[in-house]
Design a protein around this ligand. Structure first.
Ligand code: URA
Length: 211
């Protein structure tokens, strides 16, 4: 597993605003969207491309375009939906699949309640969107789901991670696994309710309200 913490003043600035409890939902959604686009720029550094011969107004040359099969973007419902527009703005030709994961608030264990993903993910680069990497249970289950369908490379984009969650994902797949986690920040710890500290609270509630 490879961890990439995006160290950039604009990322830190937007993350600070996101964390503040006075930030309302519309502002939170906008900031999350902007932050994801910055993280996506780093996360797609190894997106697969192939040469494309083109003609400019001046000469012939060779550029690149995204290789087929196209990357697959998978927001993990519900909070991952708040990251989708920011990601597809950068990768407009990516396909989008959906994975609904819910965690039992007592056991903190994740289970799948919905999936809309291609049956065969072989040869696909998969980008998972999940704002909070807390215990790691949800993300590990989602990554396993993609590997079971043949994905050979999974990158997870998260706003924040807890050390416990990073360790759980690393333990689930091992240090050499083709898994990359891209985050805006790694916080101190989880509290007894499974929230990231200092964190930003419940990302789903802050994006969409308490429903
Ligand atoms: N999920 C959240 O939305 N926030 C946390 O702090 C942990 C898990």
């Amino acid at each position: 597993m490879h961890l990439q913490v995006v160290d950039h003043p604009l990322v830190a600035h937007k993350l600070t605003l996101l964390r503040q409890d006075t930030t309302d939902s519309p502002t939170f959604r906008r900031l999350a969207d902007e932050l994801v686009t910055l993280l996506a720029y780093e996360a797609t550094r190894d997106v697969r491309v192939e040469p494309l011969p083109i003609r400019t107004p001046v000469a012939e040359t060779t550029g690149v375009h995204l290789r087929h099969p196209r990357p697959l973007v998978v927001p993990i419902l519900r909070a991952g939906l708040g990251m989708l527009d920011g990601m597809t703005r950068l990768l407009p030709t990516a396909e989008v699949g959906f994975l609904g994961m819910v965690r039992d608030e007592t056991t903190l264990k994740a289970s799948t309640y919905a999936n809309r993903l291609p049956e065969d993910l072989s040869g696909r680069q998969v980008y998972m969107l999940d704002p909070m990497l807390a215990t790691g249970g949800t993300l590990a289950a989602a990554i396993q789901f993609a590997f079971d369908r043949g994905a050979d490379d999974v990158t997870a984009i998260c706003l924040l991670a807890a050390p416990e969650g990073l360790a759980a994902v690393e333990q689930a797949f091992g240090p050499q696994a083709p898994v990359t986690i891209v985050v805006a920040g790694v916080d101190e710890r989880l509290n007894e309710l499974g929230y990231i500290v200092p964190g930003l609270g419940d990302a789903g509630d802050r994006l969409y309200g308490v429903v």
